[in-house]
Ligand binder design. Structure first.
Ligand code: NAP
Length: 250
């Protein structure tokens, strides 16, 4: 039912996990897709081989170090014709206690998750403004709403994403640019692989989720696509929790 033929999509962190599920889904509904990765070139190339070079393009862009995405966005426009939809998905989740964490680690997470999102968004907004059309979807987290012990830097970065989402929604809605966020709970990806290698803990997590299952990356990609579609044209500044009904953030 959702058809994005003729639309161009940029997805950050498309090489793995939720980003890769978004790349597959957007390509399936007809969009031209560009995605970025930091270092997983082999995985990124595999995704291109799977979907086809005519539908998907990849770009190396490290959010930990880059300060301007203008060139990246210009290359993407030249390759796929525009950026109508932006999915800010790339991120890191690295355990560190607030009292012991080095400033370097604090800044790394804030840099990738929050400043990285801003750098990409800043480069895309003028294009969307000029076209009087845009859909921005920021992948935040339950942690950005209720906090997360041992991940205060991560929670702060995701809380920042949520405030940024609401601000941009208010600022750019008049240009037909809708900005929303999808906030996942637990999702089975490389990010949670280590934690879920403890099967007892994984089972505990599963049982605590009202729907009794842990999300797959595809469970998150669907709501992202919905927010990018015409069905969601009157939704702006919303934080869509996709967590199986977990408490404190619905
Ligand atoms: P993932 O499987 O670890 O994939 C992370 C993606 O981000 C990869 O494509 C990675 O690129 C990219 N990335 C990491 N560091 C980067 C950097 N410095 N510059 C550019 N790209 C970088 O993670 P995921 O679980 O799919 O998570 C995707 C998003 O959902 C994140 O924002 C995360 O915070 C959020 N989220 C995840 C969960 C969960 O339980 N998994 C829960 C809530 C929210 P490379 O492959 O090149 O490293």
């Amino acid at each position: 039912m959702i058809n994005l033929t003729g639309k161009s999509v940029l997805i950050t962190g498309g090489s793995r996990g939720i980003g890769a599920a978004c790349v597959r889904l957007f390509a399936r509904v007809g969009a031209h897709v560009a995605f970025t990765y930091a270092s997983s070139e082999v995985k990124a190339q595999k995704l291109i081989d799977e979907i086809g070079e005519e539908k998907v393009k990849l770009y190396q862009f490290d959010l930990a170090t880059e300060t301007d995405a203008t060139d990246l966005v210009n290359r993407i426009i030249a390759d796929i014709g525009g950026v109508d939809i932006l999915v800010n998905n790339a991120g890191v989740w690295e355990k560190d206690e607030a009292d012991l964490m080095s400033l370097k680690n604090w800044e790394r997470t804030l840099r990738i998750n929050l400043t990285g999102m801003y750098i990409i968004t800043k480069a895309v907004l003028p294009i969307m403004k000029k076209n009087n059309f845009g859909r921005i979807i920021n992948i935040s987290s339950t942690a950005g709403q209720r906090g997360e012990a041992n991940y205060s830097h991560y929670a702060a970065s995701k809380g920042g994403m949520i405030s940024f989402t609401k601000s941009v929604a208010a600022e750019f809605g008049k240009y037909n640019i809708n900005t929303n966020s999808v906030a996942p709970g637990w999702v089975m990806t490389d990010m949670t692989d280590d934690v879920f290698s403890d099967k007892e803990y994984m089972e505990k997590v599963r049982k605590e989720i009202p729907v009794q299952r842990i999300a797959t990356a595809e469970d998150i990609a669907g709501p992202v696509l919905f927010l990018a579609s015409e069905m969601a044209r009157h939704i702006n500044g919303e934080i869509l929790n996709v967590n199986g009904g977990s408490v404190l953030c619905g």
